[in-house]
Design a protein. Structure first.
Length: 343
């Protein structure tokens, strides 16, 4: 029976916290049943693991209370470090913070503050150092990995040595994968090297998903409205599926409509119709296209519906509007209600 779990409120797993028998080729911090603040394991990478193209070198977690020394335990040679000296690893390392805050520094990125919900990346052969704020401590989960395939995955955006801190929030799915890697390292089930490689790919994919979700949810209404207006303007007044506009903004349509209307007072459909009427005004004034052709170009199925809508928005029928624009003397007429719609 697997028993015990980290004290962090974000972890959902059943890690074993009893004394662990360490193989001679592994470095593992053993834990008594009373010490649940840390677990980690390092293993040399076998040729069969490297053949998978993605492998795990070590994984662990540490819960650092406020005012505690850091790092609290000595790690194997090549991994232990002090703030004064820092260190350089030959592999990638993901470090996820579920609680607290602190600082992380690398040569390319400089010194940065990090906090709960951040995942920072140690890139191969790059000097770095990190530590929790002594006023808060932090809870950290880490996974060190490498391999040919892993390097191809890590060559894509948003992974970059000069931008190593990613905001991922608190997705349970990501924390669960870190803990699953630790359990796999501890129990070494059949084909555990392949299982660990697959977990690395999942961690990378979940990180990408969490970053995108955070960026999508973090945008202001002003940014969303500005992007939506630009997309509708690019359509030139032609009818476009509003669900498609929402998808381009990485939003569901319901969320897009709510946020757009909250910022403008108008639904996306009302604004799209306004853009279409503006385009119709331009075509009526500059061209001799028949009204039916203009209605068709703008995506209206019925010339009669288009004419009624145009008159409701501008106060004039399409024919009367065209006549007015070609007769400057008639421009003293009172503008229709559509003139007050905000752009």
């Amino acid at each position: 029976m697997i028993a015990g779990r980290p004290a962090s409120g974000h972890a959902q797993s059943d890690l074993f916290f009893a004394q662990i028998d360490m193989p001679r080729d592994a470095a593992c911090r053993p834990l008594s049943a009373r010490d649940k603040r840390s677990w980690f394991r390092y293993r040399p990478v076998s040729p069969s693991a490297r053949a998978w193209g993605v492998y795990v070198a070590d994984a662990g977690y540490t819960l650092i209370p406020p005012g505690s020394p850091y790092p609290p335990y000595r790690h194997p040679a090549g991994h232990h470090f002090t703030w004064a000296e820092g260190r350089i690893l030959s592999s990638f390392q993901f470090v996820y913070l579920s609680r607290g805050e602190g600082e992380f520094e690398t040569g390319p990125s400089g010194l940065q503050r990090v906090r709960a919900g951040d995942l920072f990346i140690v890139f191969p052969d790059i000097w770095h150092r990190y530590r929790p704020d002594p006023r808060t401590g932090w809870d950290e989960y880490w996974l060190e990995f490498d391999g040919d395939y892993a390097r191809r995955l890590m060559a894509r955006k948003p992974f970059a040595p000069d931008r190593p801190v990613l905001r991922v929030g608190h997705p349970e799915s990501l924390t669960r994968l870190f803990l699953e890697a630790m359990e796999t390292l501890r129990h070494e089930p059949p084909e555990h090297e392949a299982l660990l490689g697959a977990l690395v790919v999942q961690v990378i994919a979940q990180t990408l998903s969490a970053v995108r979700r955070q960026r999508r949810e973090g945008r202001s209404e002003e940014e969303i409205v500005r992007e939506a207006k630009a997309l509708l303007a690019d359509a030139g007044g032609r009818a476009v599926p509003l669900a498609g506009i929402a998808a381009q903004l990485n939003l569901g349509y319901t969320t897009f409509r709510r946020r757009f209307k909250g910022a403008t007072g108008f639904s996306p459909r009302q604004f799209a119709l306004h853009v279409a009427i503006q385009r119709a005004e331009d075509l009526l004034a500059r061209t001799s296209l028949p009204v039916g052709r203009i209605a068709e170009e703008l995506g209206f199925d019925s010339i009669y519906y288009f004419s009624r809508l145009f008159k409701r928005k501008t106060g004039r029928s399409p024919a009367a509007y065209r006549s007015l624009r070609r007769n400057p003397a008639g421009r003293r007429s009172k503008p229709g209600p559509g003139a007050t719609f905000p752009v």
